[in-house]
Design a protein around this ligand. Structure first.
Ligand SMILES: O=P(O)(O)OC[C@H]1O[C@H](O)[C@H](O)[C@@H](O)[C@@H]1O
Length: 289
């Protein structure tokens, strides 16, 4: 990344919700809501919108936003005592800085503990989300620090970047890069090994793939999106299909056809931090059309 010049953050509103608009010199753009530090739009330079963002999404504090890239912390799904997917996704984050460099634009947002988070999860933390957009790439990095004090207890958490990729028609899309991996299938309630070179979706899919070392590639007609996860060892593939979508009040009944989630996650091995330690995980998306 080049030297960044500080600029006045371009604050905007997305359907009435405050957001930061990032514009790189080459025209690549991303929009990040303060609510949940959620990226809800990503348009690469000379490209098209790459993310699915529901027209019916709720945009109020305390409710998750359907689409874009929800930040899941400190609990994935219902794998613990906290509300589903933790609390980071439905709280308002603070914009720390927004800058434009020679090749890209970036924003850093912060969420720390407060009385309400400590009531749910009795720990101190500093979470930072960094979003960098430029060219054909979008980088999203989640960093979490245990600020201490030195005699505080260590703690563990699970986390994810729950990326909703837009597709033209999900039954015609496919996902490459998961062959040979072990996965947990939440729909069937079993563990198995992936034998397909390319995964296609023609029913509900909700799978956690473990130890995903290689890039995962979404194929959507001629368009491809390469997904590279660092620090996140697991990947989740999710599409709610007909029935589950019908139970959502924040998604149109046929919208499951327009999206496929490829999530970066830390689920099987939670992250443990001692006072003073930090962790980070990053998802890099590259669009080819
Ligand atoms: O509807 P949400 O609370 O946003 O959760 C959406 C989905 O997130 C993940 O992909 C989980 O694996 C799914 O089981 C869950 O349904």
């Amino acid at each position: 990344m080049n030297k960044h010049e500080p600029t006045t953050a371009e604050l905007t509103y997305v359907r009435g919700a405050p957001a930061v608009q990032l514009r790189a010199p080459d025209g690549a753009q991303a929009t990040v809501l303060l609510l949940g530090a959620q990226v809800v739009s990503w348009i690469p330079a000379a490209g098209q919108e790459q993310l699915y963002f529901s027209d019916r999404a709720h945009l109020e504090e305390g409710k998750p936003v359907r689409g874009g890239v929800p930040v899941i912390f400190p609990q994935f799904d219902q794998l613990g005592p906290l509300p589903k997917h933790g609390f980071a996704r439905d709280r308002r984050w603070k914009l720390v800085r927004a800058e434009v460099g020679g090749d890209d634009a970036l924003a850093v947002l912060h969420l720390g503990d407060d009385e309400a988070t400590r009531r749910l999860w009795p720990h101190r933390f500093d979470a930072e989300l960094t979003v960098v957009v430029g060219g054909a790439r979008l980088d999203i990095e989640l960093a979490v620090e245990h600020p201490g004090p030195a005699d505080a207890r260590s703690y563990s958490f699970t986390a994810a970047l729950h990326t909703y990729l837009r597709v033209r028609e999900v039954e015609e899309a496919s996902v490459e890069g998961l062959g040979g991996l072990r996965f947990r299938d939440k729909v069937r309630g079993v563990e198995d090994w992936e034998h397909r070179h390319r995964l296609t979706v023609d029913q509900e899919v909700d799978r956690i793939y473990f130890d995903t070392p290689k890039p995962i590639v979404l194929h959507d007609g001629r368009r491809r999106v390469k997904v590279e996860n660092q620090g996140f060892k697991d990947a989740v593939i999710w599409n709610p299909w007909v029935e589950k979508t019908a139970s959502f009040d924040d998604m149109a009944p046929t919208d499951f056809r327009r999206m496929l989630c490829i999530e970066a996650a830390c689920i099987e091995e939670p992250v443990t931090l001692r006072p003073g330690e930090h962790w980070w995980g990053r998802q890099t998306l590259t669009a080819y059309s």
